[in-house]
Design a protein around this ligand. Sequence first.
Ligand code: 5GP
Ligand code: MG
Length: 207
Amino acid sequence: MNSSSHLSPPKRISPSRSRVPAHYADDIEQMLISAPRIRSRVAEMAKVIAGDYQGKRLVVVALLNGTILFLADLIRHFEFPLSMDLIGVSSYRGGTSSGELEYTKRLKLDLRDQHVLVVDDILDTGKTLCAVKSELAKQRPASLRTCVLLDKPEGRKTECEADYVGFVVPHLFVVGYGLDYDERYRNLPFVGVLRPHVYGAPAGSKS
Ligand code: 5GP
Ligand code: MG
């Protein structure tokens, strides 16, 4: 498959003082990306992806759990038949080893000769996406591309980059729109930064 992607470069998001809805204000310090902004960028991404896969049968493989909202919103724009499967992975954090993954849910679909788009929530070190890509590549898909909503380039420890990127975010721990802290905040309709007290740091410290 040729690389004919015309997605406009992802906007670099800087921490702003956008108003956090009152009912989240105790836990969320800043709103980074508002719901309407996410909505329009996801629509833009879907349009470009749909164009790139025109006439092809797409297999979407999404990583649990952080992609749930992004995935649901993205694929709803596609007006062509596609197959979808989910994989669950958790990386061995803290180790020096090369992004070895533990699978909590394995893929059911056979990817051989298929056009595969891997969807993840956020690209940080790149270890997860790199490891998943090389695992899926073993099945010999016809093409294999990656799509992430968020990218934190300052965190990168691998050569892994995504083909489609929604937003470039600062090197902060973000939650919302599928992303969690301790399994909370996935349901937030926006992406925000947690207040330090939520993860036990003294007030005024930085994440
Ligand atoms: P990587 O392997 O690229 O370091 O990490 C990717 C995974 O780490 C993401 O799929 C996500 O689950 C988690 N992650 C990385 N940065 C963040 C963040 O800022 N917030 C949340 N909630 N998860 C993150
Ligand atoms: Mg994840």
